[in-house]
Design a binder for this molecule. Structure first.
Ligand SMILES: [Zn+2]
Ligand SMILES: [Zn+2]
Length: 176
């Protein structure tokens, strides 16, 4: 859905959209959308600004990826409010030094006649993804010795981290 500045000049633009998996591409983030994405909110042109746009709303979606530890399925249900500000990129004059202070770091930019809602949502969702993608906080991962999924069955492997093996080898070397 295109959020047109022209339309915002006349009125606030409301959106209430559902995007099925595949409509927005998340492949570069190594995640898949596993439920419809629903987003509702309003986009408005702020008065007395140089074309600044505010987009507020709420999004709900589920995404999934491989668990970082056990390679099983890790799911991330997102349900988040957003409140974003965008400024036309031509307002950035090339010769003008732009000091970006803390508050302005939250500011995005748009080019031309408006913004694609899909791009806005994609950017938000990527920011909301957890750094650590695990199927559960207590995931035990895969045994580095026998390769079994330790969530499914315990193994009796004696795990010697690589560093310990190195220090053991060094200890042996230094012994007379
Ligand atoms: Zn896991
Ligand atoms: Zn094992």
């Amino acid at each position: 859905m295109f959020l047109s500045i022209r339309e915002m000049e006349v009125r606030k633009v409301r959106f209430d959209e559902t995007f099925q998996p595949g409509e927005i591409d998340f492949s570069s983030e190594d995640v898949r959308q596993s439920s419809p994405l629903h987003a509702a909110g309003v986009a408005e042109l702020l008065a007395n600004t140089d074309g600044e746009v505010r987009i507020q709303g709420q999004l709900t979606v589920k995404l999934e990826s491989e668990c970082d530890r056990c390679l099983g399925r890790a799911e991330f249900p997102l349900d988040a409010r957003f409140d974003l500000f965008y400024r036309p990129s031509q307002a950035l004059n090339g010769s003008e030094e732009v000091a970006i202070d803390e508050g302005e770091a939250e500011m995005g930019f748009y080019q031309g006649a408006g913004l694609e809602l899909e791009d806005v949502l994609r950017e938000q969702i990527v920011l909301l993804l957890p750094m650590q993608r695990v199927c559960s906080p207590g995931c035990k991962g895969i045994c580095p010795v026998c390769g079994k999924n330790r969530n499914e069955s315990a193994c009796d492997c004696h795990e010697e981290p690589v560093n310990d093996r190195w220090s053991a080898a060094l200890r042996n070397l230094s012994q007379p």
